[in-house]
Design a protein around this ligand. Structure first.
Ligand SMILES: C[S@@+](CC[C@H](N)C(=O)[O-])C[C@H]1O[C@@H](n2cnc3c(N)ncnc32)[C@H](O)[C@@H]1O
Length: 183
C-alpha cells in the first residue's frame, strides 16, 4: 500500500517502504509513554508506528493520527479497531484546528514521519509551529527522516534535540527527539 501511495505522491509520501520494526523500536524505546494521555502521529501511512504506539500507550489514552491520504486513514480505521485511535484525514499544519474540533489537548508526544526534505519548506515550518503550540510543558516530538532538512527547524524551536542514525531500515534513517521550548 505504501508503494502505491508513493507512486501517487512521491514528494508527499517520501518513501516507497513502510518503516522497519528496527526503526520503530529505535525511535520509541527511549520515550516514556506510560503516562501519556494524548499522542499525535503525523503521517502514519499504513501504521507501523501506530500499532506499536497503541501497544505502549495506557488504557484510556488517545492516539490521534493525521494523514493527508484518505486511503491511509481508511486503512487504519479498518485494520485497527481500537477505541483509543482517532484516525483523521488532513494536514499536520492544521493540528490545532483538528484538536479544537475534537476537544483534545494538550499533546504529550508527537511522532512524525512527514518527509520534511521533500515538502515545501514553509509547510514544514508551519507544521512545527503548530506542534510547539499544541505540546504541553513536558511534551516531546520524535521525527524520523531520510535526510536532515528537519534538523534546523527543530533546533530553532526546541531547547534539546538528540539524534541517532538507524541503518536497519530501507532507506537508512535519522531519528530526532526534541523537547523543551527554546527562547
Ligand atoms: C514516509 S511516509 C511514513 C509512513 C509511515 N509512518 C511509516 O513509517 O511507514 C510519510 C507519510 O506522511 C504523510 N504526509 C505527508 N505530508 C503530510 C502532511 N502535511 N500532513 C499529514 N500527513 C502528511 C504521507 O501521506 C505519508 O503517509
Amino acid at each position: 500500500m505504501t508503494m502505491r501511495e508513493f507512486l501517487r505522491s512521491p514528494s508527499g509520501v517520501g518513501s516507497a517502504f513502510p518503516a522497519s520494526a528496527a526503526l520503530v523500536r529505535a525511535a520509541l524505546d527511549p520515550v516514556d509513554f506510560s503516562a501519556a494521555r494524548l499522542v499525535v502521529e503525523f503521517g502514519p501511512g499504513e501504521g507501523p508506528f501506530t500499532r506499536e504506539l497503541l501497544r505502549r500507550m495506557p488504557a484510556g489514552s488517545t492516539l490521534l493520527t493525521i494523514d493527508t491520504s484518505h486511503r491511509f486513514t481508511r486503512y487504519l480505521q479498518e485494520s485497527l479497531p481500537d477505541p483509543r485511535l482517532h484516525a483523521v484525514t488532513g494536514s499536520a499544519a492544521s493540528l490545532n484546528v483538528i484538536l479544537r474540533r475534537l476537544g483534545l489537548g494538550p499533546v504529550d508526544r508527537i511522532v512524525t514521519g512527514i518527509p520534511f526534505s521533500t515538502i515545501a519548506p514553509d509547510l514544514g515550518a508551519r507544521i512545527l509551529d503548530s506542534s510547539v503550540e499544541a505540546l504541553g510543558e513536558q511534551g516531546q516530538i520524535i521525527a524520523y527522516q531520510m535526510r536532515d532538512a528537519v534538523a534546523p527547524l527543530l533546533a530553532a524551536r526546541f531547547a534539546e534535540v538528540r539524534t541517532a542514525r538507524i541503518w536497519r531500515n530501507m532507506p537508512p534513517c535519522r531519528i530526532y527527539w526534541a523537547s523543551g521550548r527554546s527562547g
